[in-house]
Design a protein around this ligand. Structure first.
Ligand code: F6P
Length: 335
């Protein structure tokens, strides 16, 4: 059988699901940028790209050189094509304006250029997460774009995906009708469809959480994790295994592949911040992907995709993955 490249998949989507040509172009440009990031990441010490910049981002996190490089790669790739009205990045304080010399388009691109960047220097998987929204102004977003244009619930996303830079570079994509996985063929330089039908198993015996924060969790999370740890003789009646890669992309990728439940709960370290992960750059795109693969995603109290954002860098608690377990932990929050 002939190979289905990302380009062919997108053209077939235009025929079967009326995917607009400018959205198709947008995805191709993002994929091209991810190839460039993959190449840059793979150079490691040889490319002089490891280590920190000595600066902090808006979240107060130390920026790695590769955070900044990946951000630049995505901005430069996407600013000139006429498909975007603006961009927002985890690494930038405010919305990025399309430079005046270029035409503007109908879409907004939101991204975390290099997720899990603490893994870079130890040669463990990292990734790029992206989300696509429509410009909310029906007359077109022609003037300067405010942050508020991006403050749309996750249900408004028209596409979302991530690239994982691991033993293989893969691009996982949803356009709202299932999730497809593409593997980068480095010799040919193209993403090839290798995972056609991605479904998160309903039940699982694997969980992912940073256990070192246990003492800071809220009661429902403590209860749930105690029950997981109690194993076969506990209330859940089975033994669970634990995995934590500390890059959301890699943990979610494992869950998409073989099931599991991922948790980053709110905790009492910073009372004003509901969780560590970012709603717009991490939780929304990953929740869209997980739901499209038959899984579930909540903040313990409500579906993540229904949350109306109030700021660009808003944080949120995240419970996502195999439906049975996400239902259980969400139920414990509501008990
Ligand atoms: O938000 C960045 C991130 O690196 C996620 O990708 C990951 O899931 C999480 O933080 C890891 O957090 P911690 O360092 O607390 O384990």
């Amino acid at each position: 059988m002939s190979r289905v490249t990302l380009s062919r998949y997108l053209i077939e989507q235009t025929r079967s699901h009326n995917t607009p040509a400018d959205l198709r172009f947008l995805i191709e440009v993002v994929a091209r940028a991810c190839k460039a990031i993959s190449y840059t990441v793979s150079k490691g010490a040889l490319g002089g790209v490891l280590g920190s910049m000595g600066t902090e981002n808006v979240q107060g996190e130390v920026q790695k050189k590769l955070d900044v490089l990946s951000n630049e790669i995505l901005l430069e790739a996407n600013e000139w094509g006429g498909h975007l009205a603006g961009m927002a990045s985890e690494e930038m304080d405010n919305a990025y304006q399309i430079p005046g010399q270029y035409p503007k388009g109908a879409y907004l691109l939101v991204f975390d250029p290099l997720d899990g960047s603490s893994n870079i220097d130890v040669n463990v998987s990292v990734g790029t997460i992206f989300s696509v929204l429509r410009c909310p102004d029906s007359n077109g977003c022609t003037g300067d774009l405010g942050d508020d244009a991006f403050l749309q619930a996750g249900t408004e996303q028209v596409a979302a995906g991530y690239a994982i830079y691991g033993p293989q570079t893969m691009l996982m994509l949803t356009l709202g009708n299932g999730v497809k996985g593409f593997t980068l063929d480095r010799e040919m330089g193209s993403f090839v469809l290798t995972h056609d039908h991605i479904q998160v198993p309903e039940s699982t015996a694997e969980f992912a959480i940073n256990m070192s924060n246990q003492r800071h969790w809220e009661a429902p999370v403590k209860r749930y994790v105690d029950e997981l740890l109690a194993g076969k003789t506990g209330p859940l009646g089975k033994n669970y295994n634990m995995r934590w890669i500390a890059a959301m992309v890699a943990d979610v990728h494992r869950i998409l592949t073989r099931g599991g439940v991922f948790m980053y709960p709110r905790d009492d370290r910073e009372a004003d911040k509901p969780g560590k992960l970012r709603l717009m750059y991490e939780a929304n795109p990953m929740s869209f992907i997980i739901e499209q693969a038959g899984g579930m995603s909540t903040n313990g109290y409500q579906r993540i995709l229904d949350i109306k954002p109030t700021s660009l860098h808003q944080r949120v608690a995240v419970f996502l993955g195999s439906r049975e377990e996400v239902e259980r932990i969400t139920g414990y929050h509501q008990a």
